[in-house]
Design a protein around this ligand. Sequence first.
Ligand code: 3HC
Length: 332
Amino acid sequence: MYAQLVTSEGGKAREAMTPEEAAFQDRIDRGEKIEPKEWMPEGYRKTLIRQIGQHAHSEIVGQLPEGNWITRAPTLERKQILLAKVQDEAGHGLYLYSAAETLGVSRDELIDLLHAGKMKYSSIFNYPTLTWADMGAVGWLVDGAAIMNQVPLQRTSYGPYSRAMIRICKEESFHQRQGYDIMMKMAKGTPEQKAMAQDALNRFWFPSLMMFGPSDKDSVHSAQSMAWKIKMNTNDELRQKFVDQTVPQAEYLGLTVPDPELKWNEEKGGYDFSEPDWSEFFAVISGNGPCNEERLGARVKAWEDGAWVREGLMAHAKKQDARRAAARVAAE
Ligand code: 3HC
């Protein structure tokens, strides 16, 4: 049934579209941006809420594995940098929740869905950060993979999402460089430090490859999302680009990518590499990764512990509104 309704490029076939849907698709094909109050198919709206919401949650949950190291950063400078990076991630989450809100869903609703385990966040944040070298690997590989995915999303068809991505990408590239800088220091340091850097690369390599999502044949959303330009590339395309970009960086560090099958393929102009363990990926995204419980537990606790702050802010805002209203009446 689905196959009959999609074109070879993916997305709904023209013959199956209503006139509004066809006109909407024409706008997308011409490269126009779709803005919040304009007509859009319900599926487009829902897909955006799912993807932007999941992305926002990833930024917020993504603070946890690094937040874990703020008190243990080895120098004052490293501590300041890490603090700033973790704060940036909170900011990214807020831009993205705001972009999602333009689609008619509130931030509170999205957060409730996350806390109830009904919305996902990136698989990568369900892995532990065991040593300081993991801060290097996370910045280099995790933020590196995030940028690979997010740079094309600056051209995504939904205006508020694409504009949020422009700012986020600027900050993510700084994050990636700070991670590589940590890796460089450790890889060129003592043998023990180099071993820590190698161990971090060993543990984060395949989980980073999983960030791009399942292989194209198992990606349920890619065809329609690409037709709508909600996604600009397939999962496998971006994974390949990431490997091609990252392997020379690992070589420069003098570290070994933990994949015996990794080999330059002259013909395709890219590396051949091993697939991640997809059974592990599906276990992690269905809630059974090494840290899922801990991460979600920490988010729920932070939300509950912060209730009094939200209540205080609301009370203050109400008071200010009332004062402004009274001042207006007095001035009339
Ligand atoms: N982690 C968790 N779930 C994932 C996933 C991942 N790495 N990759 C795919 N999935 C889920 C999908 O959400 C979908 O499940 P659902 O139907 O329940 O939502 C299912 O697996 C099938 O995958 P698809 O390929 O069909 O899904 P998508 O078309 O949505 O593609 C994606 C997945 C490439 C991650 C896409 O959603 C995307 O580009 N999202 C925007 C970018 C994003 O969310 N990045 C988060 C990275 S972390 C980050 O940015 C924080 C920074 O500080 C490092």
